[in-house]
Design a protein around this ligand. Structure first.
Ligand SMILES: *Cc1c(COP(=O)(O)O)cnc(C)c1O
Length: 383
């Protein structure tokens, strides 16, 4: 084994999560699997075929680069770019039937021209600004948008009318999200009045799909939930209080494992690792593990993280180095070099969940830690 750690992605867990989501949102709602950020660290090229086997045929990415990667592993599914696409790649996108968000008039005109020249219909999603103030057409541009669409019907296949909420995972944003929803509905009706009917109305990410049923519409863009994580504690509590079943229906898809590289004893009063951040309070036994911040094990987990060795929790002590971390195994019995170490996931009956690392202060912690998992770590698919 040349690698120092590996990631396992579990098909049965993914199937469980997708089945739960389908069941929860009800029939007739399409699921677009959001696979930006290297499929939230799970590995884009490994994840897509797995999701296809679980019945998914629509994938959302952020950039043309990610769409290019996705094309390598699928030829039947729809790929939708929600973010960055350069003019230079437009022709490629049309040729490959890539769907993409449009949020500027200049782009819309250019696509219509190019599609006419190529005699190839473009597959667009009109992204509208409803209150997030990130991307999306301003309302004052929409008359022009409609005009261009109507004049170029032959070359524009309007696949969707979409928007994104400014934080459906927290009730603190309730009023803002409700306003966005109202704005969306009003704009959608205006499109229909102008005889423009998008194929899919889609606005919801995971949190909105769970907490705001009316936002599900024709399609939901599901990221974090399919990987087995709640977008936030609030979303999970919302789910629990609105449902009969009081257990977590989601299963983690990803498990990150390494091995014990070396073991040694340290005397009480010695510093361990770089600098002076950890002072041994007793005589200790420590294990070095060949995983560090270059792999995506955050330096902020220095003196905070936990790992599993022989079914026991062990604390990360001292500073996380670029390629190594140190765990306190004083209380872990019978540890040997080569023993399995679980950095994220389950070993025997214990689990290290990503958010165990933090106290849930920001909802981003799951997202950020997952996405930072280095693409160089090999991903293996398990049944
Ligand atoms: C990332 C993203 C999603 C998915 O968000 P989750 O919270 O992971 O479900 C949906 N829509 C857009 C536009 C996104 O950028």
């Amino acid at each position: 084994m040349y690698y120092t750690s590996h990631i396992e992605i579990k098909k049965s867990a993914l199937r469980n999560n997708l089945d739960f989501i389908r069941d929860y949102v009800g029939p007739g709602i399409k699921i677009s699997s959001v696979v930006k950020g290297n499929a939230y660290g799970h590995g884009l090229t490994e994840f897509i075929p797995l999701a296809e086997e679980c019945g998914v045929d629509h994938f959302s990415v952020f950039s043309a680069w990610e769409a290019l990667e996705a094309l390598k592993v699928t030829d039947s599914s729809t790929i939708m770019i929600m973010g960055f696409l350069d003019n230079a790649e437009l022709e490629w996108a049309l040729e490959n039937d890539i769907e993409f968000y449009v949020f500027s008039l200049r782009r819309l005109e250019r696509v219509a021209e190019l599609a006419a020249r190529m005699k190839k219909k473009s597959r667009l999603h009109i992204d509208i600004e409803t209150g997030m103030n990130r991307t999306g057409f301003k309302e004052s541009d929409l008359d022009e948008v409609k005009k261009i669409i109507l004049e170029n019907r032959e070359w524009i296949d309007l696949r969707g009318l979409c928007t994104h909420y400014s934080g459906a995972e927290s009730v603190a944003n309730h009023v803002r999200v409700r306003n966005q929803y109202e704005n969306y509905i009003r704009i959608y009706r205006d499109f229909v009045k102008s005889s423009i009917r998008p194929e899919y109305r889609h606005t919801a990410s995971s949190a909105a799909a769970v907490c705001y049923p009316e936002t599900r519409m024709d399609m939901i863009r599901v990221g974090i939930l399919q990987y087995g994580f709640w977008p936030s504690m609030e979303t999970y509590i919302y789910y629990l209080t609105h449902n009969e079943v009081k257990t977590n229906p989601l299963k983690r898809v990803l498990c990150w494992k390494s091995r014990v590289m070396d073991i040694k004893s340290v005397k009480r009063g010695e510093f361990i690792g770089y600098n002076t951040s950890f002072l041994a309070p007793n005589d200790m036994r420590i294990a070095t593990i060949p995983v560090g911040y270059s792999d995506g094990y955050s330096r902020s987990l220095s003196n905070h993280g936990r790992v599993l060795i022989n079914g026991c929790r062990a604390s990360v002590i001292g500073l996380v180095s670029m390629n190594m971390l140190i765990a306190d195994i004083s209380e872990v019995p019978r540890t040997r070099r080569g023993d399995e170490v679980v950095l994220i996931g389950t070993q025997k009956n214990r689990t290290i969940s990503i958010n165990a690392f933090s106290n849930f202060t920001t909802h981003d912690i799951n997202y950020e830690l997952l996405v930072r998992l280095s693409p160089h770590i090999p991903r293996f698919v398990r049944a």
